[in-house]
Design a protein around this ligand. Structure first.
Ligand code: NAD
Length: 282
């Protein structure tokens, strides 16, 4: 199946980023959020991002206008009519996602593929809330979507080969590199990344090196663009802790024990850049 129109649920950080990636690749978008203000904010974010690309000589004004013309904003799932794929990128809340997916599943034609951009909820579980577990899949984009080359494609237990092929083809048409992953907590990238950040906190807590030296070590010794502690401050220490707690409970394996220092910083309200202080002060 060749996908020419994509419906996107949620016009927030990820939803508008996915809309931009689709629109600049010639794919029509219907982006739905709960309130008109949220839809307009999402479209304005895309416009601003495209304007920055014009300033950098990456696209022309005509490219921007053509991309924006491909994005239709709405507050009504009925407008998904005509889309071959719906990508759910609403707030990360299990109950909310189940409610949205049941609603959309009842509205769109049986052949339509539904994907979720969830970071942490089981794709198999979300699929089971719909009547089309074989046409349900995970499409995990990275932030900021227009810049980041990776899409993790997560196959739920019942995802069909045809669904996987159609979504992989779309990811490639967006200029992304897809990797295919079986459903499990954290998928591949976050499963490796967040325990590495947690280990950096253990190293810090043991006083083995300063935060600056830990980050310099991982940047210069492993060619990482940013050190794990600086990255934790960007992601949010509370988010890192919550992810470790999910791994610990889901896998039941002590190797995912959150570092007590990470817990202590979160308890103190030192959540990273968003609170002005995490490992570093901003
Ligand atoms: N931010 C990231 O770095 C990142 C990276 C990968 C995946 N994700 C995942 O992407 C999803 C969205 O995250 P985000 O960062 O864009 O969140 P966000 O808060 O920026 O945006 C979520 C949007 O969903 C909208 N929404 C809520 N209920 C809705 C409904 N019933 N119908 C339509 N829209 C609704 C909200 O109004 C909001 O605009 C989450 O599942 C998150 O785990 C986020």
């Amino acid at each position: 199946m060749q996908i020419s129109t994509v419906g996107i649920i949620g016009a927030g950080t990820m939803g508008n980023g996915i809309a931009q990636a689709c629109a600049v690749s010639g794919i029509n978008v219907v982006m739905v959020d709960i309130a008109e203000a949220a839809v307009q904010k999402g479209i304005a974010t895309v416009a601003g991002s495209l304007d920055r690309l014009i300033k950098k000589d990456k696209i022309t004004a005509a490219d921007r206008d053509a991309a924006l013309a491909r994005i239709k904003g709405s507050t009504n799932y009925e407008d998904f009519k005509g889309a071959q794929l719906i990508i759910e990128a609403a707030t990360e809340n299990h109950e909310l996602k189940l409610k949205i997916l049941r609603q959309v599943d009842a509205l769109v034609a049986p052949g339509v593929i539904i994907a979720s951009n969830t970071s942490s909820i089981s794709i198999t579980k979300l699929a089971a809330a719909t009547s089309r577990a074989d046409r349900f899949i995970g499409m995990h984009f990275f932030n900021p979507v227009p810049m980041m080359a990776l899409v993790e494609i997560i196959r739920g237990l019942q995802t069909s080969d045809a669904t996987h092929a159609a979504v992989k083809d779309l990811a490639e048409r967006l200029g992304k590199t897809p990797i295919t992953v079986k459903n499990a907590p954290g998928f591949v990238v976050n499963r490796i990344l967040v325990p590495m950040i947690n280990e950096a906190f253990f190293v810090l807590a043991e006083g083995l090196a300063t935060p600056e030296d830990i980050d310099a070590g991982m940047k210069l010794g492993c060619n990482q663009p940013i050190g794990p502690l600086a990255l934790a401050d960007m992601v949010g220490l509370d988010v890192c802790l919550a992810v470790m707690e999910v791994y610990l409970s889901e896998f039941g394996d002590g190797k995912y024990r959150p570092c007590p220092l990470l817990k202590e910083y979160v308890a103190a309200g030192r959540l990273g850049r968003k609170t002005g202080k995490g490992v570093y002060t901003y």
